[in-house]
Design a protein around this ligand. Sequence first.
Ligand code: F0G
Length: 422
Amino acid sequence: MSKKIRLDCISCDKTYSYDYKSFFCDCGDLLKVSFLKKPNLSKEQINARSTNFSSKCQSGVWRFKEWHLDLDESSICTRLEGNTNLYQSDLLSKYTRVANLRIKHEGENPSGSFKDRGMTTAISMAKLLGYKAVACASTGNTSASMASYAASCGLKAFVFIPDGKISFGKLSQSLAYGAHTLQIQGNFDDALTLVQDLCQKKGIYLLNSLNPYRIEGQKTIFFELMQQLNFEVPDWIILPGGNLGNVSALGKAAFELKEWGIIDKIPRFAVVQAKGANPFYLLMSTESDSLTPMIPETMASAIRIGNPVSWKKAQKVILNSNGYVTQVTEQEIMDAKTMVDRSGIGAEPASCCSIAGLKKLQSQGIIKTNESVVAILTGHVLKDPDNNVKIHTDVNSDLCNNAVKLSNDMGEIEGVIDGLLG
Ligand code: F0G
């Protein structure tokens, strides 16, 4: 590894070995993975690996391994993640008024969210570095993913979640996969501060996205997207922003592929935040040069984050890609979710910020009708089942699709069905 990569500070000139124990530079800023020489991986190799079912490189993360973490197969802990679909939807094109829209559904990963891509790389690193236990703070998806990967490769897992603030689907995953699940008073940001201290004190490996090896795995959303689009770069990529690891990862992937001569342009990145959890939006829409933390509130619980740890990395991606940051209201998120669900694709609320944000940016003329756009859906529709049922039992909503209660009587049933058939 030491011949292939090292860790660089994102702000100053300091560099560290790949096995450096902290994720922070002495100056206080985050570290990122740098490549010591241009990786050697051809498009043909990538395509051949996709269909080699005897290799761990059939994973939608590991078939790109030279572009992130070039481990031997024996060191890889994988659930054959990635390989997520790229959809087109007439309904969502009409809704957003963007004809050339593709939707990459990262909720189709093994634990139901994009987190699996960064988890497989970072947990493989935990094993390589000799750790016996891993931990994370989470709004629910990182913890579900970590619990699953820790179980599959025999590591002890400690999950810190904000008490009462994550969806039941996600909480149940952490419990089912056997992670020690600690519900703490306070929000995600409080939990992240606590877990960082704990990991340092107890020699536990931290698996939040401030871990640079998480970011390396998450880059593969972009790599796989490029493979699916035959390396033709879309005009825009739009995604939700919480702790801002994901946009940092996709941006890093794009800049690296451009530098290595694999693609010829950088897409514009658009990040969408919920209005009640919008510190990055506020930073980017004012003259301020540092992020002001806030107390976050939104029903899109996955992105209920007020002090995003990767904001400096994300800021560089937005500025260097001529990107954009927008915010959407709770109503806009719910409306977009209803459309995403009705399109037959389905996703959890935070994911649907991509579609809500796209609709807004199109209506403001920032994204043009004829531009090509890829919207990332980050989590599965079943992640937040309570919310799904709640939307459709709200009789005040036009889109309410409440279950019809009937007796066990064919006459009554036929009457209702005839009415519905029109
Ligand atoms: N969408 C979903 C479904 C998420 O779970 C998250 C983050 C995001 C978007 C935002 O991504 O943080 O990289 O900007 N979830 C984390 C968690 C924080 O703990 O599961 P980001």
